[in-house]
Design a protein around this ligand. Structure first.
Ligand SMILES: *Cc1c(COP(=O)(O)O)cnc(C)c1O
Length: 403
């Protein structure tokens, strides 16, 4: 057996089978490139589902982490530490908000946003005890905890995990009329992805997000934007909401906030909303730890320059121009996306998304399929123009070979 086969067999023997990874075993990575245990190099067009927006082993981020590793890494929130105030202030400022609730993973931030909205509903809006409702969209992906899968519409994510958490109503994504009818006296929040990532990079119709903003403002309902995947540069702006001039009441952030090094996530909102908590009502041992703050502070500083957003916009235009050329005769039936982010529907006669991903792997390009025949492209924002072109050449070749 090869080293790759050995390691995959060992992983299969001892790892709960919650994933079906492509048969590549990565040993190191830099920028947009990964190297496997046999020394083969691959261009990464997934970027850890946008957790690696700044590329692998980004020098600036690794240095920030290394400096912090040698000083102090964890205090717990029982004590203050000297990176915490700056982290909260600078993240709030980046978001145009006032307060930060730091946690670790994306789903933990979503859970924290759900708890925040309910608490706000009871303490500020005056919703009767136990009646708070949160409206979400069909096709959503907000993570994997019991409460969060309770309002998923993906049967695979839900099956045999019940009983489910009540208090959520699901409306079709992009449908303002359905949203209007779903809002009631007891609605405390609307929770949406401004672009649905896992669903296949679905961009809602123009006017939808501003419409939701207007409705929620009229009805005294919080608009919570889950920008865990769409935020922090991916779409060519700091936040995907900006494309439609929308300012939500709260952002849920994660993935790229940890610079591809440590899990860092947060709910960012106003003092009215996050100020509802009292000590002891919510918490996390690792939330806002010194290492996480040091890395996130560097991420925030990098985003403040605007350079990564501009790069995502320019490279995104280049990528979408090329993908548009593959429509029809090139084997692609539809392309969606914003910035350096695309959901590419492949003609099912040419293979499933998984088959296309495997053929791309053989050509040295790593991507991940989403549902059915959709391939998602989300290269690190630091990818070189020529590398991006080369990666898209491989996609064109795979589709041509299959046609
Ligand atoms: C990935 C993702 C999450 C969950 O993040 P985890 O860190 O995997 O828990 C939540 N919301 C969105 C939009 C995501 O893309």
């Amino acid at each position: 057996m090869t080293a790759t086969e050995d390691l995959i067999a060992a992983a299969d023997a001892h790892s709960a089978p919650t994933y079906s990874p492509l048969p590549v075993v990565v040993a190191s990575a830099e920028g947009a490139w990964m190297t496997d245990v046999e020394g083969r190099r691959y261009l990464d067009l997934l970027a850890g589902y946008s957790a690696l927006n700044f590329g692998h082993t980004n020098r600036r981020l690794v240095e920030a982490a290394r400096r912090q590793l040698e000083r102090v890494t964890l205090t717990s929130r029982a004590f203050h530490h000297d990176r915490y105030a700056a982290f909260c202030a600078e993240l709030a400022e980046l978001c145009g908000m006032e307060m930060v609730l730091p946690v670790n993973t994306g789903v933990e931030a979503v859970e924290s946003a759900v708890k925040t909205a309910r608490k706000w509903g009871y303490r500020v809006k005056g919703v009767p005890a136990g009646m708070a409702k949160i409206v979400v969209a069909g096709g959503n992906f907000h993570g994997r905890t019991t409460t969060v899968i309770s309002f998923s519409t993906d049967p695979e994510a839900r099956a045999d995990f019940g009983p489910y958490t009540p208090g959520f109503e699901i409306v079709p994504y992009g449908d303002l009329t359905a949203m209007r009818s779903a809002l009631s006296e007891n609605t405390v929040a609307v929770l949406l992805e401004p672009v649905q990532g896992e669903s296949g990079v679905i961009v809602p119709p123009a006017g939808y997000l501003p419409g939701v903003r207007e409705l929620t403002r009229e009805r005294n309902v919080l608009f919570i934007a889950d920008e865990v995947q769409s935020g922090l540069g991916r779409t060519g702006r700091t936040f995907a909401c900006e494309h439609e001039g929308v300012e939500p009441d709260a952002y849920v952030l994660g993935k790229a906030l940890g610079g591809g090094i440590v899990p860092v996530s947060a709910v960012v909102s106003s003092a009215e909303v996050l100020g509802v908590f009292r000590p002891g009502e919510h918490g996390s041992t690792f939330g806002g730890n010194p290492l996480a703050c040091a890395v996130a502070l560097e991420v925030i500083a990098m985003l403040r320059s605007g350079e990564f957003q501009a790069r995502a916009a320019a490279l995104g235009e280049r990528m979408h121009r090329r993908l548009a050329g593959l429509r029809g005769t090139g084997g692609v039936t539809a392309v969606r996306g914003r910035g350096l982010w695309a959901g590419v529907d492949v003609d099912p006669r040419l293979g499933t998304g998984r088959e296309v991903s495997e053929r791309l792997m053989d050509r040295g390009v790593l991507v991940k399929d989403t549902h059915g025949s959709t391939v998602r492209l989300a290269p690190p924002l630091v990818i070189g123009e020529q590398d991006l072109d080369w990666g898209l050449d491989q996609l064109a070749a795979v589709l041509e070979d299959a046609g």
